[in-house]
Ligand binder design. Structure first.
Ligand SMILES: C[S@@+](CC[C@H](N)C(=O)[O-])C[C@H]1O[C@@H](n2cnc3c(N)ncnc32)[C@H](O)[C@@H]1O
Length: 279
């Protein structure tokens, strides 16, 4: 049984049902090149240069990976030498993550919890908290998410967040261009999801979700309000992969969001520190 089953709000419960199904299906077929479990088990690195550079050397560090899904990235942080703990609210994901770590022969811990209510047992234990690619759009209570991430850090520790840029989130389709999501505001946005980014051909049931748009200003302000000191904020107009499967691949193998003669950002990256407390 999970650790965090009390008083989940309706949106979080709907989203968890979606992610339970995705956690069952993702990486379960050979056609799923996005989560290619076989190559992962033989050592494929799933982390991208962006988060690896921002997080830096993790050898010997305590690392908390929020929104870990079925554990591939968590295991990879452990392969790089971190004492890694993954958190996800999907019991299916957590069970698969534990199984995956076992199959990979890697020591990593997994905790089932809503990241808006991290258990007190995680507080003050980590040098790094990291979350990547498809994180805050699932979060109704941004202040609680940032507060939990900040509380998990030791003094001087860092939160690294790499996520879809709010400008890219507004785009529903590229050609012809459809902009159907607000830029920020945090209001709940109900949407019926029918497929998955991991494999366009995978049959998935239609499921109702509740997602939340946040502007960069809202995200940075939430980090500051949680007591974190922002050390880095970047908006990236190209990416090593396309987390939503909408963007054309350039001749250099990178993905961009065309905007007139230039590009809109597709990702942002944030690094924010917990104050060291010794001044
Ligand atoms: C798009 S995936 C994260 C991507 C991840 N980097 C990967 O590719 O494996 C989003 C994850 O967030 C988890 N999630 C969504 N809302 C959550 C919440 N409130 N608390 C904890 N986990 C949540 C989902 O179960 C899912 O595993």
């Amino acid at each position: 049984m999970g650790e965090e089953h009390t008083a989940m709000d309706a949106g979080t419960a709907l989203n968890r049902a979606l992610w339970d199904v995705r956690a069952t299906r993702h990486g379960s077929t050979e056609a799923d090149r996005f989560y290619d479990v076989d190559s992962f088990l033989t050592g494929r690195q799933t982390l991208y240069a962006l988060e690896r550079e921002l997080v830096g050397d993790v050898a010997g560090k305590d690392l908390l990976h929020l929104h870990c899904h079925f554990g591939m990235d968590t295991v990879n942080w452990a392969r790089l030498g971190a004492r890694a703990t993954g958190v996800d609210f999907s019991p299916v994901a957590v069970e698969r993550a534990r199984e995956l770590a076992g199959r990979a022969g890697v020591d990593a811990a997994f905790v089932e919890a809503d990241t808006q209510r991290l258990p007190a047992s995680l507080a003050g234990r980590f040098d790094v908290v990291v979350a990547t690619y498809g994180v805050l759009c699932w979060i109704g209570d941004l202040a609680a998410w940032m507060g939990g991430a900040a509380a998990a850090l030791r003094p001087g520790g860092s939160l690294v967040l790499v996520d879809l840029h709010p400008a890219y989130q507004t785009v529903g389709r590229l050609d012809p261009l459809l902009v159907d999501w607000p830029y920020g505001g945090g209001a709940p946005h109900r949407e019926t999801v029918t497929g998955t980014y991991a494999d366009a051909d995978l049959e998935m049931p239609a499921q109702e979700t509740v997602q939340y748009p946040y502007s960069l200003g809202e995200i940075v302000t939430a980090a500051a309000n949680a007591g974190l000191v922002v050390r880095h904020l970047a908006e990236h107009t190209d990416a090593e992969f396309d987390p939503r499967g909408l963007l054309p691949e350039g001749g250099d193998g990178r993905y961009r969001l065309p905007f007139g003669d230039s590009y809109l950002p597709v990702l942002y990256s944030l690094r924010a520190e917990a104050p060291s407390g010794t001044r």
